[in-house]
Design a protein around this ligand. Sequence first.
Ligand code: NAD
Length: 515
Amino acid sequence: MRKFKNQSYTDFTKGENRKAMEDAIAKVESGLGKEYDLIIGGERVKAKDTFKSYNPSNKGQLIGIFQKADANLANRVIETAYKVFETWKFVLPEERSRYLFKAAEVMRRRRLELAAWMVFEVGKSWAEADADVAEAIDFLEFYGREMIRYGSPPALPQIPTEKGELEYIPLGVGIIIPPWNFPLAILCGMTSAAFVCGNTVVLKPSSDAPCIAAKFMEILEEVNLPAGVVNLLTGPGAIAGEILVAHPKARFIAFTGSMEVGLRINEVAAIHRLGQKWIKRVIAEMGGKDAIIIDSEADLDSAAVGVMSSAFGYQGEKCSACSRAIVVEDVYDEFLEKLISKVKTIKVGDVKDYGNYMGGVINENAYNSILKYIKIGKKEGRLLCGGEVAPGDGYFIKPTVIADVDSKSTIVQEEIFGPVLAVLKAKDFDDAIKIGNDTIYGLTGSVYTKNRAKIKKAKKVFHVGNLYFNRKCTGALVGSHPFGGFNMSGTDSKAGGSDYLLLFLQAKAISEKVS
Ligand code: NAD
């Protein structure tokens, strides 16, 4: 088998690629507004009620109509997954992996179409949407290979009287709850990791990105994944929390989303229910308040580019987004000047158009919440740019930079999850690290400096799950940057790394006496 290699990105500066994406966008747009069903045991099922998904960059544009599952359907889907587990768990690892490789092949073929769906449903720019599909393909290729590796674990040290072996076996029914912001990559990564390990899945996507989940299910059907291995249940978050997570037949929960919901899931899952034979395993990857430190010995031009793209790529709606720039005072004014001149070039508008770098934020609640934080921020610091809505028919907010903010202020401590960057002044490098660690989160962080001693120090004391030097703090690659955070950023699952599948497996030690 070929060695794992990351999928390269589509180069949209090339005319033929731009034309292909325009065609994909036109094709997807002509298919918007359809109704999608739940998929339970391979069967298409309707619920009593439905809900709708809309385009955040063109508020009136309907993306699709989706089933609002109720408690009965939630119970039914778990029972189905529980039954199918009895056969799926015995399918050999290589065979399970093959479904992932085939799905990766389909995604490569449908790459721009899938990206176009994300342009419409979640407001990703072309480049961001393309990177999301590339990451999904990487997860499939990586976890497929990883399962084959776990399928043949290294031999145990042997004792003369026994033959011993260790086998990794699946856990059972997994509840997979992804966020909307990497609606294909994270959804595909968590789901495929779960089922390649021999578990069956109830997939409950975010109500802000149900259409991408439906497209993912189409792909699993296209590769003939047996019915009921992955089941799709759309509906309110509360169904996921109070029925699926609480169900005694749920064996594990893989969640990626906000800290509040992650903590609630952890709490609900911890309660032992009647008939439950295990302690549920919870994998919870949560929010961030990620910082980039700009040292006095940094390349300021490169730092300005890194901060700009980390803070405003995909409207700042990444768990890894830079929401705090911590700048050592010697270079504070010079850095800000460089940064602001770059931020002012950002174009905000409908991301259907290639020229727009930022689209609408995901929905009205997010829009109002971000604007509320901007209002608070204007009192807590000095507004340098943005700070208001941008024109157009989407949830458009201008990229906003607020300087001279104190580390204890609201906009520095709370996750805003939008295009708002707080800039803090540090006395020196040590002070910058101290400020960097002054948060309940610990997901990503980056340091711009040319000084080796400072790099060495930051490696030891900057407490984040993904630490980068002289580059942006977003854009983790499957394989090279196993991803996951410390503290309130989650359980540090290291998605896309070689420890990840262990979270979906349990080891069975077997020993036979030899005569
Ligand atoms: P969210 O917590 O609102 O929702 C996440 C998922 O949980 C959705 O599918 C939602 O339907 C479901 N949900 C909502 N209420 C629930 C409940 N009571 N019980 C069970 N499930 C429930 O998060 P979001 O708005 O979709 O995503 C943004 C958040 O995700 C941000 O905080 C971001 O930092 C975080 N995130 C973290 C990572 C990471 O790897 N650490 C990656 C991406 C996003």
